[in-house]
Design a protein around this ligand. Sequence first.
Ligand code: BDP
Length: 326
Amino acid sequence: MKRFLLVLAVLAVAVSALPAAAAPEMVLRLGETHVADYPTTKGDMEFARLVEERTGGRIKIEVYHSKQLGEEKAVIEQVQFGAVDFTRVSISPLAAFAPAFDALQMPYLYRDEEHMWKVLNGPIGEEFLNSLEPANFVGLAWYDSGARNFYNSKREIKSVADLKGLKIRVQESKLMMGLVSALGAVPTPMPFGEVYSALQTGVIEGAENNWPSYFSTSHYEVAKYFTLDGHTRVPEILIASKITMDRLSKEDQEIIRKSAKDSMPFQIKLWKEFEKVSEEKVTAAGSIITHLTPEAVAEFQKAMEPLYSELKPELQAVVRKIQEVK
Ligand code: BDP
């Protein structure tokens, strides 16, 4: 016993002699709706890692994934009044706080993925990131989210007519409600986390999303008809609370901005890989994947034209600028 106590005493002295690990001066919180191994969450974690490394451990960003801080819209509100420091969200719900963002997510707006990245990484994207300050946010970076497609539990969608009357969940976004109505379906706005059980119980018959979200939420288990109509590309955005940013020195603000941008290639690479994995997994699990004919795509595009003419003139001008990016 004596010997044991002696060992303990020696250990205690040894431990107290070790240099204490520097405690962070500031711990900040980031809200994320997706699970831990989803590409956007891993992008958030890379952002946090870079900030910690570049501030020598002074600033630590804790990533609360799996909507631990709440559903997307509620977290955006908390970021707006500074209760949460950062969040990564889809620009669809963000547009309720900054309506100009609708111009960036119009249906069939981008010719392809390359076009979208040219816009986001160019002056238009930069202007959008900087436009959020009046709403009390600071736009930091864009993440990939692929293209969104319809899926449902009832039938294969091969044409616009097949969507008629289907109850389709949409994000909490006016534009997305209009989009689904324009196709003759019935839009039902609902938080992301409620979609699985709503599909299962038949409250809704379908939803729309990219391959990774369709797979990672297990929606494919309860809605097996997936149509590759690619109606929108809705970028993901990393935002900070302006209240948090204003508390930081100019140097730390710069580290945060740069770390967010530097985490983009990492997220985009993981996204590409996970898109493929998701497609393979849902196909193997028995999802029925429908490819649209060029005529059917043209029909989808035609049905959505009114959304363009209903857009405010100043947003129509932004849309034209986006279309002109070559
Ligand atoms: C996913 C986005 C997520 C959205 C979700 C949704 O990554 O941020 O909230 O769609 O449909 O693709 O609500």
